[in-house]
Ligand binder design. Sequence first.
Ligand code: UDX
Length: 433
Amino acid sequence: MKISVIGCGYLGAVHASSLAKLGHDVVGIDIDQAKVDLLSSGQAPFYEPGLPELLTETLAAGSLRFSTDMSAAQGATVHFIAVGTPQQEGSNAADLRYVEAAFDAIVPYLAPGDVVAGKSTVPVGTAQRLAARIEAVGAHLTWNPEFLREGFAVQDTISPDRLVYGVTPNDDHTVSVLDEVYASVLEQDIPRVVTDFATAELVKVAANAFLATKISFINAMAEVAEVAGADVTQLADAIGYDKRIGRRFLNAGLGFGGGCLPKDIRGFMARASELGAGDALNFLGEVDAINLRRRERMVDLCREVLGGTIKGARIAVLGLAFKPDSDDVRDSPALDVAARLAELGAQVRATDPQAIETSRRIRPNLDYVATVDEAAHDADVILVLTEWREYREIVPNSLDSVVAVRAILDGRNCLDPVQWREAGWTYRALGRP
Ligand code: UDX
């Protein structure tokens, strides 16, 4: 099937190349010439395991190309809208300007029977509002949310947990077109939910709100554990054995960040208020507050370990990305803590396997170094803020002679306290004695 994907960021680039891999003839369209050039040469504009290989393979096979010209979408049967919906400046609400622009741009190239499939995360009600513009030219609209996780984006696209199609009532044409797009996904017996626009839009934000709540729940337990002298990681293990609760997304630590969870819960609250149901989501304000308090607590813990003064201390920061296997630092708890410590007068030396360049764009004044040894050189304390595998696997004695003081703060509960303490280090973590 001929498919266009409009917007080639984290979502669109992965979606376009995955659909090409699934056997379709795909064009990815983006207004950013530099991004299109990079993608056309088989390089990903961001770090995503498996994506460069997928790009190279599908470009070479001729099933994928990229363009800045919207007319390249003409002749495609399905047009996926995968542009960003960031948080509005000075408000909790989502900024829909890129979605609006993508719809404006695609309409002139639509033919009757074409399907426009929204993938972007939008406030509930958006699809209904946009549908008339699509239907006026005889095309069909669907909302088909995406649940991919950075770091696992290719796998999540080719083998998702479920597919959700939001369609107008009785729009069998759109359902059968989407079934053809996802034929090889559906062959894996992956569940498919066909529903209305509003439900499809809500599924996405509800899923992210649930995940954010689960993380903040365990981080709230960490706050209590800290004053009660309990261990939140053992607590998480113990409650996680209950199948109704489950252990996944119960890792206490610095909390959630990234391009989705924080802005999606805020946008969800803003939209619910507009609809008169703000009270129903008041708890998400608390989820957000718990999450942001963890960063403050990390700074306090650091001050405590440094004997009361941050100013002038030499602090090694390991990890800047919002999570491992990503170079994304949007709303990253790690980068935020590093910046706060620098603002308090510490000499911060920060490193990350992938996120130094992306961090530099947001925080140009931090001191970035390439390796753990450089960051830890003469340090008074080491902070592990993103649980990259290479940091989890550090052997304490390898840093004994590098640091000035043997002290490590584990912001992600990803190190073994016994191992570090036995090696003579001060080990502290969030939510643990
Ligand atoms: C998320 C959703 O998982 C995905 O379905 C949606 O499509 C986009 O948003 P992503 O932003 O890639 O994906 O990251 P995710 O793996 O969900 O992690 C989000 C944040 O939560 C990270 O900062 C991570 O470090 C943090 N987290 C996750 C925890 O603090 N504890 C956990 O137990 C799990």
